[in-house]
Design a protein around this ligand. Structure first.
Ligand code: CP
Length: 328
């Protein structure tokens, strides 16, 4: 019963196993979707979604993935739960353990909560896998994996694999300091020989973070470069990942206004002219339209991979549940 709490400990083989397994479920990527065939892999198993923080994409795609694998699913909403009567997070997890949960998919606004629950369940010798669905500013492993899948599947739908990103230039632009998506993507992207260029105003990409990123990635094949303007990051980029300004996490910073941010860092058609021809744009969602990306660009299928990311999320989450549930 392995947990998936971070991509820091993923090996290239782990990435490729997830990519290949997700590719085998890629019929969910076709529009209109074919009548879905259910696999019996998780029949009789219980997948519990403990989302202590709001979500649209992650929660629904995990639920659909679990149902496609024939699991029983439990959903928990903090507002209507006994948390409001003072029950603790750990007691909440133990309650769902007592109902027979086999996999717990956990999101929380504080970094470290899925890890704390996993440690407590391990201490109890519970046969439960914990999957981090986003913890504070720390990590969002399944988003990192679905972004990786989206890129590799675009490059080779027959054989998506990590090595396809070697030599590619990928710009990550936006609220990097608050972004668990950026942290998970940094682990996966630097596992291959690509160049990752981070760009943001210094309030959203402080010097200490730049030093931390450089030292963490020293032993890895990929390079990480940091910019406090967007143009050098976009120059000749193959892919651009934009990130949401996370106002709910911004208390301690002097922030640019949305208009100022868009003026200096927003991804627009004009700015994309700096990139390689055929450049594609990603955004994990939800999007502040007209802030981190112009509204028309977001909807333009020539550039935008945003819908593909959402569809990839179902295939990748099926792969994760399948592999954690003992699928071969
Ligand atoms: N990308 C992402 O995690 O979206 P949700 O918050 O809607 O799950």
């Amino acid at each position: 019963h392995p947990h998936i709490l971070s991509l820091a400990d993923f090996t290239p083989e782990d990435y490729n196993t997830v990519l290949q397994t997700a590719a085998s479920f890629s019929d969910v990527l076709s529009r209109p979707t074919k009548k879905a065939k259910k696999l019996p892999t998780l029949q009789g198993r219980v997948v519990t979604h403990l989302f202590f923080e709001p979500s649209t994409r992650t929660r629904s795609s995990f639920e659909l993935a679990a149902k496609r694998l024939s699991a029983d699913t439990l959903n928990f909403s903090p507002g209507s739960s006994s948390l409001s009567k003072g029950e603790t997070i750990l007691d909440t997890a133990k309650t769902y353990l007592a109902m027979g949960s086999d996999i717990m998919v956990i999101r929380h606004k504080e970094s470290g909560v899925p890890q704390a629950i996993a440690a407590e369940l391990d201490r109890l010798n519970a046969n439960v896998s914990v999957l981090n669905a986003g913890d504070g500013q720390h990590e969002h492993p399944s988003q990192g994996l679905l972004d990786l899948f989206t890129l590799c599947f675009l490059l080779d739908p027959q054989g998506p694999r990590l090595e396809l990103l070697s030599g590619k230039k990928i710009a990550i632009v936006g609220d990097i300091v608050h972004s668990r998506v950026a942290r998970s993507n940094l682990w996966s992207l630097t596992a291959t020989e690509c160049e990752v260029h981070l760009a943001a105003p210094p309030t959203l990409l402080p010097q200490y973070f730049a030093q931390y990123v450089s030292s963490e990635s020293q032993e890895r094949p990929g390079k990480v470069l940091v910019h406090w303007s967007v143009e050098p990051a976009l120059q000749d980029a193959d892919f651009v990942m934009t990130l949401r300004l996370q106002k709910e996490r911004m208390t301690q910073h002097l922030l640019p206004s949305a208009r100022e941010y868009h003026h200096r860092f927003g991804i627009t058609r004009d700015r994309l002219k700096l990139c390689k021809p055929g450049v594609k744009v990603l955004h994990p969602g939800p999007v502040n339209r007209g802030v981190e990306i112009s509204s028309d660009l977001m909807d333009d299928p020539e550039f935008s991979l945003i819908s593909q990311q959402v569809s990839s999320g179902v295939a990748v989450r099926m792969a994760l549940l399948y592999l954690m549930g003992g699928g071969k």
